[in-house]
Ligand binder design. Structure first.
Ligand code: DX5
Ligand code: ZN
Length: 212
């Protein structure tokens, strides 16, 4: 059994050929990470549920919703075939518990994400409601940014709080930062530009899989 999971972020992929991009990756990865941006919660735009609905994948699809008012779109993303929906604590605040429960009620795995300035203690009350915590290790909005080292402390803290939790890290992941995250206690790696912009993607996945 692999001790950690790998999920490619398609943000740095050819967005005009998403199904071909997925087909080149889905034999080697655990799930596909989809970066949904609204130009409001983050200063960038990508795609929404109608695009997700058109995707074909051998592995499950996780929708990382970097959007304001995610509660308005949960049903759309569930119907579009999301296996997991990740919402941002900063987008839901006091509605967080309600939104996570709604995701579960839709038959989808709920996950919560926190931005680099957000402290772990703010999401502690929700750990029992989620299947995964996604630690943002860059400021959300763009691929190809440098990993923020303080994220490692958050991963360590989350691992102390719950040994069985799936802790995912997203942003600036390469062989070096992946190793640090795994050591700190992460067990799910989202890999964007390092993988998608590589000449030999399979080689990168093999090298990541060899990390301990
Ligand atoms: C950033 C996204 C990430 C990003 C990761 O807002 O949530 O998923 O695409 O890309 P890299 O690995 O290039 O930082
Ligand atoms: Zn993401």
């Amino acid at each position: 059994m692999p001790s950690f999971k790998i999920a490619p972020s398609l943000l740095s992929a050819d967005l005009g050929n998403l199904n071909a991009e997925i087909a080149s990756l889905d034999k080697y990865v655990d799930f596909i990470h989809l970066d949904v941006m609204d130009g409001h919660f983050v200063p960038n735009l990508t795609f929404g549920a109608p695009v997700v609905k058109c995707l074909k994948s051998r592995v499950p699809l996780e929708a990382h919703l970097m959007i304001s008012n995610p509660e308005k779109y949960l049903e759309d993303f569930a119907k579009a075939g999301s296996w997991m929906i990740t919402i941002h604590f900063e987008a839901t605040l006091e509605k967080t518990g309600e939104v996570l429960r709604k995701i579960r009620d839709l038959g989808v795995k709920p996950a919560i994400s926190l931005n680099p300035p957000t402290e772990v203690k703010l999401i502690e009350p929700y750990l029992e409601l989620v299947d995964q915590v996604l630690v943002m290790s860059v400021h959300p909005g763009f691929g190809g940014q440098a990993f923020i080292e303080d994220s490692l402390l958050k991963i360590k803290r989350l691992r102390e709080l719950k040994s069985s939790l799936d802790i995912c890290v997203d942003g600036g992941i390469n062989l070096e930062t992946a190793q640090k995250c795994l050591k700190a206690g992460a067990n799910v790696l989202v890999v964007g530009s390092f993988l998608l912009r590589a000449d030999n993607r399979q080689k990168i996945i093999t090298e990541l899989r060899e990390l301990k």
